[in-house]
Design a protein around this ligand. Structure first.
Ligand SMILES: [Zn+2]
Length: 186
């Protein structure tokens, strides 16, 4: 009996030791994965201002209604475009009907990605694993174009059509990438 109890305690002590040993490792690899995600933002072949935009969106630094409200600015947290949900970064750039109408115009994997992640950084990570680099770049310029369009609605009372937003994003990316390619060859 004593022996068994002893054995048991040795075994559970061993398990605890293993758990403790593995824990920092698991945290480390999560941190490494995050580091890889941040690095990927800076390596996107998109105009630098779009890289900065995605970085700000992933850091939750955009002045969305929800963020302003949390920082005690006296604004309603609700999205002005659909008037249904709080205007978080993920809402305005991904789940709002205003954004969905633009994403629906893009063929391929992008629009099939889930709407589940409320955190924009996690949404970006999801895109990173599901999309090719070129698709991720398209996703980034479109997200940025959506933010610009949102600002037009909020501050200029002008709402661009979904296909105009998408065309603008597509042309911007195409022109930037062929410019970069020409630089590389020259
Ligand atoms: Zn909305």
């Amino acid at each position: 009996m004593e022996n068994r109890a002893q054995k048991f305690s040795v075994r559970s002590a061993y398990k605890v030791a293993v758990r403790l040993k593995n824990q920092p490792k698991a945290e480390h690899s999560a941190a490494r994965l995050h580091a890889w995600t941040w690095k990927e933002i800076w390596s996107l072949n998109v105009p630098p201002k779009i890289r900065t935009f995605i970085w700000r969106a992933c850091s939750n630094c955009l002045p969305t209604r929800d963020n302003l409200h949390r920082r005690r600015v006296r604004v309603e947290p609700t999205c002005e475009l659909c008037k249904q949900e709080p205007e978080t970064t993920t809402h305005i750039l991904w789940t709002c009907p205003f954004a969905r109408n633009v994403w629906a115009l893009i063929k391929g994997k992008i629009q099939k990605c889930s709407n589940g992640d409320s955190d924009f950084f996690l949404l970006f990570k999801q895109m990173q694993t599901k999309l090719s680099k070129q698709e991720l770049e398209t996703w980034a310029v479109t997200a940025s174009a959506l933010w610009n369009a949102r600002n037009k609605v909020y501050f200029e009372q002008f709402q661009p059509q979904p296909h105009i937003i998408w065309e603008g994003a597509r042309v911007l990316l195409e022109e930037y990438q062929s410019f970069m390619e020409a630089q590389r060859i020259a």
